[in-house]
Design a protein around this ligand. Structure first.
Ligand code: OXD
Ligand code: MN
Length: 610
């Protein structure tokens, strides 16, 4: 019999019954309800930090003068990233999951999981974590309960969600509408690792991993996979999008844009963008509402409103420094959890590639071996794992939006898609309308970089940057987008596509990127408010060159370069369209129900290209 360490935090019979059933299945020695109090969290921090060296739950307190409240953890070397190959969407029919997901019959998967979870928490404590995705009291927020045998998960969920007793206040005592999440590290066996969503059951199961995206069930599993399905049924959208506020000197209010990018396209940098000096001097200001996920629903005024369902940033550490992303680095300077970065044993802090020029001499690489950091790196090794992470409270971010906790969310003026494309795709273009914008999202693709495994420069489709996160059939997801456009009508955000990565004939990037992307966002906002004209092309509306403000970078980006950045090569675009037809055909063969409207867009672009 499990010993219950503290009283349940709710009377909700649906929660109590489900927790009891999972206790019976996983047979933990102890059960602790996570109330979210500072005392309880301190006790858990002390407990994991006191574990002996070599224990795979072990965490370390870092230098409390330099990094107050910060702790460090390393996962097993076989457990350092999300595992898309072992992630399943279990809908009653295979068709429900569609061609972008792994599928298994729900009964079969339940049988498999039941076996794996039987007795999985024996000798351990089960932590019952109530959490809210979205501000407490927000009509857009939703409640989840995650059961886990990992203190690391509890401490991360505390940063990433609104966790503890207050989440049950949102749910109430009689409401069955919460997302059930069961996680066990079990034996961290990669062969038996499963991340499984049952959208029809509002349930998530995760076993044999202890790494971020696989185990912080509020994030990708709930806020994208389950929520995208809920959104389709309930008339809202869950998207893999950052939310950025921009205050322009002439405007009385902040305008908000959301943006979706595949990985390695600078999403966190755009979310925390610092405008270039010229713009700051003019009085431009930027505010971060979210860095990864947006939940969006039409408001009373008919506009689309967005909240960030998360409460923290689970960001990639390597490459983050004062220059590349000042705000992200500043966010990690207190109350942050570092995972799989290197330890700087000179002062008990952390280090990763790109943090500073020189690695520390006295260091431990991410797997824990003591090394001479300088010599180690000089030999071509990496001290930090390329996917090492910080889990930082959003409130630490110097440019966090004052609207971050606004339960109503913020009105969205524009949505941006982007990818990494050396050619073909111009710096920016605007879609003709919402349906065309949906097509543009469906066509998001990115060339692979050296940072990822596999071949470099291969084009990968990642529709809406949601490929691994759409909790149902991708065709139905696009149909839902089109449906949302009908509901929003002329209040719908305008949809744009950007490409920061176009190269010239010599293979050099033509656009400086980073803070200078403000210049493109500025044009987007001018289009939204009707301040800028555009050039109509076969693929959409492009800026007139004079409408992209190059003040301060005239030496870097000549008018000739700008013209190239804004050029549309008809032959390349004919290939692009043909390639999209192939992609749609491939998805259809896999069981996607692609809406006719998207084929109509293809026909239109094709006829305009001549
Ligand atoms: C993330 C991801 O970690 O998209 O945000 O993989
Ligand atoms: Mn993401």
């Amino acid at each position: 019999m499990a010993k219950i360490l503290n009283a349940p935090l709710t009377k909700n019979p649906y929660v109590l019954k489900w927790v009891e059933e999972q206790i019976a299945l996983t047979t933990p020695d102890y059960v602790m309800w996570i109330d979210g109090s500072a005392e309880q969290l301190d006790q858990l921090r002390n407990e994991v930090c006191a574990l002996p060296e070599g224990h795979n739950d072990k965490m370390y307190r870092l230098n409390q003068d330099k990094l107050p409240g910060c702790i460090y953890h390393r996962t097993l070397p076989n457990d350092v990233a999300r595992v898309e190959g072992r992630t399943f969407i279990c809908t009653p029919e295979k068709d429900g999951a569609g061609p972008t997901n792994n599928w298994m019959d729900p009964a079969e998967m339940h049988a498999k999981l039941n076996k794996l979870f039987t007795g999985a928490m024996k000798g351990r404590t089960m932590y019952v974590i109530p959490y809210s995705m979205g501000p407490i009291g927000s009509p857009l927020a939703k409640v989840g309960v995650e059961l886990t045998d990992s203190i690391y998960v509890v401490l991360n969920m505390e940063i990433m969600t609104r966790m503890g007793k207050r989440a049950f206040e949102n749910l109430g005592d009689e409401n069955p509408d919460f997302v059930k999440g069961l996680h066990s590290k079990a034996l961290v066996d990669p062969e038996e690792r499963y991340i499984v969503q049952f959208p029809q059951e509002n349930a998530i199961y995760s076993i044999n991993s202890a790494y971020g995206g696989n185990v912080l069930l509020g994030k990708k599993c709930f806020a994208l996979r389950i929520a995208s399905y809920q959104g389709k049924n309930e008339g809202w959208m869950a998207e893999h999008m950052l939310i950025l506020g921009v205050k322009r000197p002439g405007d009385d209010e902040v305008k908000y844009v959301t943006a979706a990018f595949p990985s390695a396209c600078g999403k966190t940098n755009l979310a925390m963008l610092i405008p270039p000096k010229y713009y700051r001097e003019q009085g431009y200001e930027t505010f971060t509402v979210g860095d990864d996920i947006a939940w969006m629903k039409p408001g009373k005024d008919g506009r689309l409103y967005a909240i960030n369902p998360e409460n923290g940033f689970f960001g990639v550490a390597p490459g983050t420094n004062e220059n590349s992303n000042f705000n992200a680095l500043a966010s990690t300077r207190k109350n942050t959890i570092f995972t799989n970065v290197a330890m700087n044993e000179e002062d008990n802090t952390v280090w990763w590639e790109g943090l500073t020029k020189e690695p520390p001499v006295f260091a431990r690489e991410w797997k824990g071996a003591k090394v001479n950091g300088k010599a180690f790196v000089a030999d071509g090794n990496k001290l930090a794992h390329p996917n090492s992470r910080f889990t930082a409270p959003a409130i630490n971010c110097p440019c966090i939006s004052p609207e971050f906790d606004n339960p109503q969310g913020v009105p969205v003026s524009a949505m941006i898609f982007g990818g990494r494309r050396e050619s073909t795709t111009p710096l920016v273009y605007q879609s003709f309308d919402w349906v065309h914008g949906t097509y543009v999202g469906s066509a998001v693709s990115s060339e692979t970089t050296a940072a990822a495994t596999g071949e470099v420069g291969v084009l990968r489709h990642d529709p809406m940057a949601m490929k691994p996160f759409i909790g149902y059939n991708v065709g139905d997801y696009w149909a839902h987008w089109i449906e949302m456009g009908k509901i929003l009508g002329d209040k719908a955000p305008k949809i744009f596509n950007v490409n920061w990565f176009r190269k010239d004939e010599e293979g050099h990037f033509m656009w400086p990127g980073f803070g200078d992307n403000m210049r493109v966002v500025d044009w987007i906002l001018k289009r939204v408010s009707g301040e800028a004209d555009a050039v109509e092309t076969a693929i959409g509306y492009l800026p007139k060159p004079e409408d992209i403000n190059l003040s301060g970078i005239e030496d870097e980006v000549s008018q000739e370069t700008l013209a190239k950045l804004l050029s549309v090569d008809k032959d390349l675009w004919k290939k692009e369209v043909a390639q999209m037809r192939d992609y749609y055909a491939e998805l259809t063969a896999g069981g996607a129900h692609i809406p006719q409207e998207l084929y109509d867009v293809l026909d239109k672009i094709e006829s305009k290209l001549g």
